[in-house]
Design a protein around this ligand. Sequence first.
Ligand SMILES: [Zn+2]
Length: 166
Amino acid sequence: MTVENLSDNHRYQSIIEINQKTIAEALEQYFQQSEQIPTKLVMTNHQKQFVGFLVQKMPSHNVEELAFWQHVEILTNTLKSDELLQWNNQRLLKNLFCEENVRLFDHQPVLFKCTCSQEKSKNTLCLLGREEVLNYFLTNKRLTMTCDYCDQTYEFTKPEAEQLFH
Ligand SMILES: [Zn+2]
């Protein structure tokens, strides 16, 4: 599991054992084990639409808040797939937590954005070292690096690679 914080450009990675039946359960376990944040996550999909509802408990050991968190978990567990797919955020919160004082923040669009670049690829090659990189060109004309996150490829010729070590 990798969490990227775009505001400080840091990437946090945690490896957990996957012994749950669903992605939602695996993510809940990740947040519980690695972040120590009690989390309830409901996910569903229909054709190409994929939606999720995530609730997390703010840090506190107050007994009343723990009881309230259990209440929130029970309410969240009542959420059905068709409701999650059809209701907008306002209706979802209003229906799910009708007796609570809930505030809906302005939404922010979700977008996929990878931070990889030609420059970062060059840095990675530098870390491998001159000998290893140049040995690669004994049997290959081009060196291609592919980002595992976005599938973007970065290619280097031998002169370009040699340039990195001058
Ligand atoms: Zn990338």
